[in-house]
Design a protein around this ligand. Structure first.
Ligand code: NAD
Length: 341
């Protein structure tokens, strides 16, 4: 084994996953990225091969490498399957979900959006504590869902977000909550993040916004936001909103960071409607790979990769169909790779 290589797990995933993964590997090869891949299955691809959407050998690989690049996974509706993505977050305590949204193409709604959203990834309403209450003849007359937020969970994601802000030159952190109504659940979040933030005083400006007002301000004036830190459900919604501000899901990468592992992915799903046609946009997964390079302290390579993607989109005008172009997935990858050789 070449000792300079970093072992990493590669999960091509479902639908367009294998196509955008192949495209991303192509540009990482051209870049000379230092990863030694262990390819493993998850999602429907794994159900077909192993009868299990998340086989033990896939978990073992991530446990060993502590680093993964993951294509989107199809979660069948019904059939007793739990979301593999949620399971991975739980298994490896991937408590911080990082989603940057930066304008790459002119001509969108806004030209200079540059926001990073950090979402608490393991708590809140996504803990899955739900049940029905029967009344009369109706066994599902009412439904109850409980959210859980712990002080420790708030502290660790807050510390992550403030440290991330310092490392990446972000000057302002906006805490997004609904502490006026969900006083205990998101009040605890607001209070704890402020406590952690006090240690960063003078280095990072802290403000807070109520989720509904924040959603409106993001649409009207996204330039006022720098780094947003919020709870699981609000983060899920706002991260798609900010992806929409910069041209949609085809351009939005995400990272799931935890103490035991870090998993990098595109924000979008497996796009079954266009799978197998070779037309998917691989940019989001390529940008996720750039975040992965930063995670392993190769900021130099991350910068080059981002630059090559930007030049391809902006100057060469090579774009996939979702962005109004005609390039296939692999043609786009070839164009990016051309700038890296
Ligand atoms: P989706 O993101 O797969 O697709 C939504 C729309 O965007 C589709 O029209 C699709 O063609 C388009 N699109 C998405 N990515 C694209 C790309 N890279 N290039 C061009 N067009 C793209 O959302 P969905 O249809 O709601 O979900 C499909 C499946 O993906 C579901 O099983 C869902 O559970 C799963 N999913 C997985 C993840 C993940 O693994 N991180 C995230 C979201 C959804």
């Amino acid at each position: 084994m070449n000792s300079r290589l970093i072992p990493a797990t590669l999960i091509p995933g479902d639908g367009i996953g294998p196509e955008i993964t192949a495209a991303t590997l192509k540009v990482l090869d051209a870049l000379g990225a230092p990863f030694e891949w262990e390819t493993r299955a998850a999602g429907m691809a794994a159900v077909e091969k192993h009868g299990d959407p998340i086989p033990a050998e896939t978990l073992a690989s991530i446990r060993r490498t502590r680093l993964a690049l993951k294509g989107p996974l199809t979660t069948p509706v019904g059939g007793g399957y739990r979301s593999v993505n949620v399971q991975l977050r739980k298994e490896f305590q991937l408590y911080a979900n990082v989603r940057p949204a930066r304008t790459l193409l002119p001509g969108g709604r806004y030209d200079h959006v540059d926001i990073v959203l950090v979402r608490e990834n393991t708590e809140g309403f996504y803990v899955g504590f739900e049940h029905y209450i029967p009344m009369g003849d109706d066994p599902q007359a009412a439904a109850v869902s409980s959210g859980i937020i712990t002080r420790e969970g708030c502290r660790r994601v807050a510390k992550f977000a403030f440290d991330y802000a310092l490392k990446h030159g972000r000057r302002k952190l906006t805490i997004v909550h609904k502490a006026n109504i969900l006083k205990a659940l998101t009040g605890l979040f607001l209070e704890t993040v402020r406590e952690v933030g006090a240690k960063y005083e003078g280095r990072i400006q802290i403000e807070d916004r109520i989720i509904d007002a924040c959603a409106m301000q993001l649409v009207l004036d996204p330039g006022r936001f720098d780094l947003i830190l919020t709870t699981n459900l609000f983060g899920d919604i706002l991260s798609d909103l900010i992806a929409g501000l910069v041209g949609g899901l085809g351009l939005a990468p995400g990272a799931n960071i935890g103490r035991e592992a870090a998993i990098f992915e595109a924000v979008h799903g497996s796009a079954p409607d266009i799978a197998g046609q070779g037309i998917a946009n691989p940019t989001a997964l390529m940008l996720a790979a750039a975040m992965m390079l930063e995670h392993v302290q190769r900021d130099d390579l991350a910068r080059r990769l981002r630059q090559a993607i930007e030049t391809t989109l902006r100057e060469d005008g090579v774009r996939t169909r979702d962005l109004g172009g005609t390039a296939s997935t692999i043609e786009f990858a070839d164009a990016v790779a051309h700038h890296l050789r």
